[in-house]
Every structure is written in C-alpha cells, then in structure tokens.
Design a protein around this ligand. Sequence first.
Ligand code: PLP
Length: 221
Amino acid sequence: MAVQKETYLEIKKALDAQQVQLVAVSKTKPVSDILALYELGHRDFGENYVQELTEKQAQLPPDIRWHFIGHLQTNKVKYIGPFVHLIHGVDSNKLLREIDKQAQKQNRTIPVLLQMHIAREETKFGMNEAELQELLAALGSYPLQAVRVRGLMGMASFSTDSNLVRTEFRYLKSLYDRYRQLQSPAFPFDTLSMGMSADYQLAIEEGSNLVRIGSLLFGSR
Ligand SMILES: *Cc1c(COP(=O)(O)O)cnc(C)c1O
C-alpha cells in the first residue's frame, strides 16, 4: 500500500492543533516511504529494530529525528548512541547505565522515556510502579551524567474494549503526573508517549502528548 499522504496531512493538522507530537512508525517500510513523508516536512520517525534503524539512518537525510521505540538490548546501545533522538522503551537500570555510558562516549546527552507495563497482556517489557520506584531510588543515589529522563511510555491492551484501553491510559497519565513532580534538569519529565494507530485518539483524550503511528500512515505491515 502506498504512503497515505492525505491521512498524514489530516492527522498532522489535528495533532498540531492539540500540541501533540507525531512519531511516524516506519518499521519494515522502505526508505522511499520515509522520504515521501519527509518531503511533506515530517522529521520524526520511529523504528523498532537496531539494524534496520542504522541501515535507514545511513541512507536518509541527517536532520531526521530517529526515535527508538522497540526493546533495546544493552549490547546494541552503542550502534544508535551517536544519533538517536529519543529512546522510548527503557525499563531497567542496567540499560539506563549503558545509555549513559554511550552518551558520554559520544559527548552528547541522550533523552529517554521509561516504559511502563499497563496492558492486561503478559509481556516481559515495561515496569510496574514498584519497579519504577526502585529505579528512581537507584538514580537518586547514583545520578546519571548524560541521560535525560523525559517521561513515560506505555502500550495499552490490544483490545476493542475502549473502556479497558481508556482505563490503562488514564493509569499511565496518573503515574506521569505523580512522578512529574520530581522534575529536575536531569529529569525534565515533559513527554508522555502513548497511543498508536488504533487508539491514539483515546490516548490524547487521556493526556498523551506524543503518539506513535505506523499503519495509518504507511499501510498495514
Ligand atoms: C509498531 C509500533 C507502533 C505503531 O503501531 P501501528 O499500530 O502501526 O500504529 C507504535 N508503538 C510501538 C512501540 C510499536 O512497536
């Protein structure tokens, strides 16, 4: 399926009016699809796989802001450290420390979001609130040098039950509001990444300020 340029322009306009950022999720799609949106002025793209991301990054204009939205393995941080704009899925202290190390090596700061597990489905990824508190306590006693924790990310259940999805988003927003009170220079906490093609409108109603949309823009995978 071709890139949905009309849909992009409509969604982008609506999101701009609500001051919600759009990350166009381009995983599995060719660089020509990314360029089609780039030519319309879009700069924020999201990818899930390190190798796919580094290959695309090398072929595409340097002013693209690359969001890593997949599960990041510690031993792969070094490949995206030089250029990644925002890492959405951080859910362990070990991974944060490695990102901090790579950021220092590259003489830059790397912004990250902490991933929370909010869906009913079992997955290995994302933290519960107790784990988040543990992580924040660890940061308190051993601060990061070159990582900026900008907020939280989460994925709701894959469900047509909009009440369930809404409840999960509402819960994530409540965590975001609570931990936002800890704001500091290393902890700017201004970004809540929630909502995908199927549920982004619900997510915005529940307080999201960054949505990650793939199939609506690029067609199904
Ligand atoms: C693939 C993916 C998306 C985009 O999903 P669509 O349903 O295609 O919009 C958003 N977030 C994450 C974490 C993803 O893996």
